[in-house]
Design a protein around this ligand. Structure first.
Ligand SMILES: Cc1cc2nc3c(=O)[nH]c(=O)nc-3n(C[C@H](O)[C@H](O)[C@H](O)COP(=O)(O)OP(=O)(O)OC[C@H]3O[C@@H](n4cnc5c(N)ncnc54)[C@H](O)[C@@H]3O)c2cc1C
Length: 366
């Protein structure tokens, strides 16, 4: 098997690199390079630039507004976008709800939601996990009862990323509590976040950021036309969605970009009176990472380059204390936040233990 890129694929990589060079706003690139998480407005701005070129919905077929790329082109797109570094397109919009609607949605749902998802006119969030239903997702309890041409939703979701920004939430709800198998009583609903009865409460994570939320539903009326697929068949939709979610989590380009950044920063930092980049132990560590490219380990590397300067200066976040002088280069404390937040990379798409269980059962047949 020949694993080399074809001439067309290499040309495509060059075309996308040139596009990024010409179109990625400098302020966004610099924030990303220094290791800040993209702000909502950064993601929206870049996704709209990509969408104008027909590239934002990178994994969708042409008929629905995507570029109709091959898997290799998609991989190149993701890698180059992360290497830039540029904000990623919204995974909730592009790799989750988009493919789900293309596969299971009605024509009306596709027409209404897909173009807006591609252009991020709607910001989507994912309401799957609940207290008591994470790895064991089928234990979910949030109930949706049919009442005329509406469902009435009651219950609670947790760990809902960016729900505080969201216009819409795709949600798993229990529509048949008496079903013989738990998986057979679940449905997939699209919920407008401005509907009365929804409360979003922030959860501040270990890195000091507000990314996660609890979402409460209190007699929330959802039009029945917002059901995706058949009632009580939402588990099939969820499995399809999770397959797409998990493919985007490795973020190889991001790992490479972080190693590159740590190497650049190591020219500035000194250890034992010499630039850190000349330290043999540091060079060995870089060489090992360049071999294995693990996102968590690469953020740890950037944090270690900052040394004591990486102690998070969270006071900077608090306007009231903003007179404090900066303790070190901004990237150093951002590296720590990123290191802390990315502990979640082995949890948020389904934990590594659960992934290994799935692989041993479904793939290896053990
Ligand atoms: C940063 C972040 C963002 C997230 N965003 C979202 C979101 O937007 N929407 C959403 O719906 N959810 C989201 N989640 C939730 C995520 O899907 C869950 O955290 C994950 O599925 C694990 O569930 P849990 O936290 O309840 O842990 P548990 O299921 O309670 O697991 C706890 C530990 O037990 C282990 N464990 C559990 N069962 C088994 C088993 N059978 N065999 C072996 N080990 C097991 C797990 O691997 C883990 O180590 C997010 C989580 C994080 C951290």
């Amino acid at each position: 098997m020949d694993l080399r890129f074809t001439a067309d694929e290499l040309a495509f990589r060059e075309e996308f690199r040139a596009f990024i060079r010409d179109h990625l706003p400098d302020d966004i690139r610099e924030r990303m390079r220094l290791g800040y998480a993209p702000r909502k407005e950064d993601t929206v701005r870049w996704q709209r630039i990509l969408n104008e070129r027909g590239w934002a919905a990178f994994n969708w077929p042409k008929e629905y507004g995507g570029p109709g790329w091959t898997p290799v082109q998609r991989m190149i797109f993701l890698e180059e976008n992360q290497l830039a570094p540029a904000p990623e397109v919204s995974s909730f919009n592009i790799t989750m709800i988009g493919p789900v609607l293309i596969q299971f949605g009605t024509e009306e749902q596709k027409r209404r939601f897909l173009p807006r998802a591609a252009n991020i006119d709607d910001w989507w969030c994912q309401g799957f996990s609940e207290p008591g239903a994470g790895s064991d997702l089928a234990a979910l309890k949030t109930a949706a009862k049919r009442d005329g041409d509406h469902y009435v939703v009651n219950g609670q979701k947790i760990w809902t990323s960016t729900a505080h920004h969201a216009d819409w939430c795709f949600c798993l709800v229990r529509t048949d509590p008496a079903a013989k198998k738990r998986q057979e009583g679940i449905s997939f609903l699209l919920i407008d976040m401005t509907t009365p009865g929804i409360t979003v409460r922030p959860i501040v994570s270990i890195d000091g950021s507000h990314h996660l939320n609890e979402v409460f539903f209190d007699d929330v009326r959802v039009p029945a036309e917002n059901l995706v697929g058949e009632q009580n068949k939402g588990w099939d939709v969820a499995k399809y969605l999770l397959g797409h979610e998990r493919t985007g989590i490795a973020r190889l380009g991001k790992s490479k970009e972080r190693v590159k950044f740590a190497k650049q920063a190591a020219h500035e930092m000194r250890a034992n009176g010499k630039p850190l980049i000349d330290d043999p132990a540091f060079r060995l560590r870089v060489a090992q990472l360049e071999g294995t490219e693990l996102l968590q380990a690469t953020t740890e590397l950037a944090m270690d380059v900052g040394g004591p300067l990486s102690m998070p200066d969270w006071a900077q976040e608090l306007e009231a204390l903003s007179n404090e002088p900066e303790l070190g280069p901004a990237w150093a404390s951002e590296a720590t936040k990123s290191y802390l937040f990315l502990r979640a990379a082995s949890i948020y798409g389904g934990t590594n233990e659960i992934q290994k269980n799935i692989l041993t059962k479904a793939v290896l047949g053990l």
